[in-house]
Design a protein around this ligand. Structure first.
Ligand code: BES
Ligand code: ZN
Ligand code: ZN
Length: 491
């Protein structure tokens, strides 16, 4: 999709589809009046006869019948308050859907943000691109989706600034990464194995400064990644440990470790899940997918920070050699965990990766994991939980998520709950009590990060959309990729 900025009045713009965001009850806006004059008041009459008020989510399509250079006009209601970045993202998505429905290949959007025009432009571009995602490779009757060729942002007097161009460029760099994460999550679990994820990391993480290592079982054993080996024992598939490194051309300002849970299918192991809960358990590598995806676009983002991505990956199956409740895992940093529920496997493989990452003494460690049903119960499917041992880091990530249009809500690391993970035979056990499951899981992870500023994003809810929405169809969402890109840019 080609993106351009134009300083053109509304009556002169030429495009298949002209998109005008309209604030609620602001139907006397000068831009609408200018259009109405050219349309010999037909537009006003049409609005009056319709239910269109500018309320959020309402739209009105109007054919110009040769009275304007643009073919059709789409009014998009954006609600009463001033348009925030999120509204621009949704406007882009709605415009894309409508363009597709009427076979328009070009969109021109009246671009008049009150403030923060750099982020507004990026959000508009991002929304337009994100809404184009489809996963059709397993449908026999799928046609290639119609292409949107151009997106023009225009108004009279619009000046493209360098900052605007830069933020649009990074939006264009980040959406293919979000799509990569979605693809990896949506792929059926017998295809998207640990080996497959390793191969995908090798395929997609290319470019200046990026190196990829994919460790096989032998190397994993040599590195004493005991949690990953334990979880893998019930499977015929070999595990993999993926390490992706990005080194900027110049001197790195900061060193960051990103760690993603890569359970390619979570059956629960011997602590087997009921079949209903298993239906979506191919999503359990969404954290790992987000890490591979963000790493893949770092050369394009060109940030001067050093980033290492770690993805421990295996499926969690109850095969004949599976780990058993009561088994104890001894980690490379000497700590031990008693496994009382093999379905609490994410923390077991993340512990290896966190311990390994901590040895490199990064400035920040951030892990993403579809870790607990409890977090989804607490925050629902739209909001991820964030836990951190460092408040400025948590604040920064939350701010980044807001800019990215992804929602994070902080949950506490309650020291008193450490009692709940005490084991009678080992340093800790892998489950807590009946309540606060998202917190006890986070407390286990915290044991492996030492004193490094760390944040844990529990993305069990938002990793997977249960139904279609404006920015993403049902399935993997790529949650976290956009937040991480914003966050890394702040360092
Ligand atoms: N992968 C699941 C968590 C999950 C649940 C993610 C639903 C997405 C949607 C995780 O491995 C798990 O099974 N956790 C258990 C932990 C429990 C056994 C302590 C859970 O949340 O029930
Ligand atoms: Zn599990
Ligand atoms: Zn899991």
């Amino acid at each position: 999709m080609e993106i351009s900025f134009r300083d053109t009045p509304v009556e002169r713009i030429k495009s298949d589809l002209l998109v005008i965001p309209v604030r609620e009850k602001k139907l006397d806006d000068p831009v609408l009046r200018a259009l109405d004059r050219r349309l010999k008041t037909h537009l006003r009459v049409r609005i009056e006869k319709s239910k269109f008020t500018g309320a959020e989510g309402t739209t009105l399509l109007f054919a110009t019948l040769g009275m304007l250079p643009a073919g059709q006009i789409l009014l998009i209601g954006v609600g009463a308050s001033e348009m925030a970045t999120d509204a621009w993202r949704k406007t882009g998505a709605r415009a894309r859907k409508e363009a597709l429905a009427i076979g328009a290949a070009q969109i021109a959007v009246w671009f008049a943000p009150g403030q923060d025009s750099d982020n507004a432009a990026a959000a508009l571009v991002e929304g337009t691109m994100l809404a184009g995602y489809q996963f059709n490779k397993y449908r026999s009757n799928s046609k290639a989706p119609a292409e949107l060729k151009t997106l023009v942002l225009f108004r009279s007097g619009l000046k493209k600034t360098a900052a605007m161009q830069k933020s649009v460029d990074s939006a264009q760099a980040i959406t293919p990464a979000v799509f990569l994460a979605r693809d990896l999550i949506n792929e059926p679990p017998s295809v998207a194995t640990a080996r497959f994820l390793g191969a995908q990391a090798e395929t997609h993480c290319r470019g200046r400064g990026l190196t990829v290592e994919v460790w096989n079982k032998k190397k994993i054993a040599a590195m004493r990644l005991a949690g990953l080996l334990a979880v893998n024992r019930g499977s015929l598939e070999e595990p993999r440990f993926i390490r992706i490194h990005y080194k900027p051309a110049g001197k790195a300002k900061k060193k960051v470790a990103l760690i993603g849970k890569g359970i390619t299918f979570d059956s629960g192991g011997l602590s087997l899940k009921p079949s209903k809960s298993m239906e979506t358990m191919k999503l359990d590598m969404a954290g790992g997918a987000a890490v591979i995806a963000i790493m893949s676009c770092l050369p394009k983002l060109g940030l001067d920070i050093e980033v290492t991505g770690y993805v421990p990956t295996t499926d969690n199956l109850p095969g004949h050699n599976a780990q058993k409740p009561g088994d104890v895992i001894r980690y490379r940093n000497g700590k031990t965990i008693e496994v009382l529920n093999t379905d609490a496997e994410g923390r077991l493989i993340l512990a290896d990766a966190l311990a390994l990452a901590a040895e490199q003494k990064p400035d920040y460690m951030i892990n993403l994991a579809t870790l607990t049903g409890a977090c989804m119960t607490a925050l629902g499917t739209q909001v991820g939980g964030i836990f951190s041992n460092n408040q400025p880091l948590a604040d920064n990530l939350i701010r980044s998520s807001q800019e990215a249009g992804e929602k994070l809500w902080q949950l506490p690391l309650v020291k008193e709950y450490k009692e709940l993970i005490k084991s009678s035979v080992a340093d800790m056990k892998n489950i807590g009590g009946a309540h606060g499951g998202a917190i006890t899981a986070a407390l286990i992870l915290e044991e492996f990060v030492g004193d490094i500023p760390w944040a844990h994003l529990d993305i069990a809810g938002p990793a997977f959309a249960e139904s279609d929405n404006a920015l993403c169809p049902k399935g993997g969402t790529g949650f976290g990729v956009r937040t991480l890109s914003k966050f890394l840019a702040t360092l």
